[in-house]
Design a protein around this ligand. Structure first.
Ligand SMILES: [Fe+2]
Ligand SMILES: [Fe+2]
Length: 319
């Protein structure tokens, strides 16, 4: 991976002027817009997260186009599966970057597809690094940039965008190897489209790319140079437990890696943000909050009464 350079637009609560205090003010959804600590200046903004916007679907595109922050200091984490076509991803992230004080993006499997109808036919790592360059132009933070610090309400925490992929270690019962896991899935008719459209070039396989990403990310995390807690962001869940509720358990092998099972503890996570499963919910493992923040496809969110809006990650909801 090439030398790191920070996004062009390092704005947000760390550098923005304090907003006008609105003691007791509330946003449309009832949450406080500014939190006041006794004897201190107001701490601005909310750290929000969303994923799986899938803007190739017209209704999802409209949903994204209507997203606006309640507070000018809000940051938005976008945890992958924005869309498949490179131009769609650029439009979506550009739209959000114009509105939110900070945007953090990690790739999902859909951004890494090379669909036949995309004029941009880049594959694998080249496609990923192209999207990273697009993000840098837009001022969006990526897994290749220095980890930004959220200094708004609930902070300070270090935001750690990750791109880790999967390695078929979330195997179905009866499988002890990747090959056996794939055979069980194929026999059940459960085949992730990644097998056809997510090319791992120049790596020989997607699990080889996953191993390279794990090594890269572990090196970055070991050198992060702070004892601040983290918010870990990865498209795929870092622990296997959330995949236990999948309708088709054979699909779990495309959803993460056992190698990250203890990262939420090892890297002192205040929260972990992920998507991919299209099962939005909040769970807790080892006392750490995990937030699945996906919007999903229209046929999925229609059953839930509408598409999800960005969820507050920090400050943590009072429980
Ligand atoms: Fe998705
Ligand atoms: Fe996904």
């Amino acid at each position: 991976m090439g030398p790191l350079s920070p996004p062009a637009r390092p704005t947000g609560p760390a550098s923005a002027a304090p907003p006008l205090a609105r003691p007791g003010g509330t946003a449309k959804d009832g949450r406080p817009t500014v939190r006041i600590r006794p004897g201190r200046r107001p701490v601005p903004g909310t750290l929000l997260a969303i994923s799986d916007l899938h803007v190739g679907h017209a209704a999802n595109r409209e949903h994204l186009a209507a997203l606006t922050p309640d507070d000018p200091d809000d940051w938005l984490i976008v945890a992958g599966d924005v869309g498949e076509r490179a131009a769609d991803v650029e439009w979506a992230l550009g739209t959000l970057a114009e509105r939110y004080a900070g945007v953090v993006w990690v790739p999902g499997n859909h951004e890494l597809w090379t669909p036949r109808n995309d004029p941009d036919q880049r594959r694998g790592e080249e496609r990923y690094l192209h999207l990273v360059e697009v993000c840098r132009r837009l001022g969006v933070h990526t897994p290749e940039d220095p980890y930004p610090v959220w200094r708004g309400a609930g902070g300070p925490v270090q935001l750690v965008p990750l791109f880790l992929l999967y390695d078929h270690s979330f195997r179905p019962d009866g499988a002890s190897t990747k090959e056996e896991a794939l055979e069980i899935a194929y026999n059940a008719g459960i085949i992730c489209t990644d097998e056809y459209l997510l090319h791992p070039d120049p790596y020989p396989t997607r699990d080889a790319w996953c191993r390279a990403r794990l090594a890269y990310s572990e090196d970055r995390l070991a050198a992060r140079g702070t004892d601040l807690p983290t918010v870990l962001v990865n498209h795929w869940p870092l622990v296997r437990e959330p995949t236990r509720v999948l309708r088709y358990p054979e699909f779990a092998q495309w959803c993460g890696t056992d190698r990250t099972a203890d990262w939420h503890l090892k890297y002192d996570a205040a929260a972990v943000v992920y998507g991919h499963l299209h099962i939005p919910r909040t769970t807790e493992y080892d006392g750490v909050r995990f937030e699945e923040v996906s919007v999903g496809y229209p046929r999925e969110w229609n059953r839930r009464g509408g598409p999800a809006r960005p969820r507050a990650i920090l400050p943590a909801a009072q429980g």
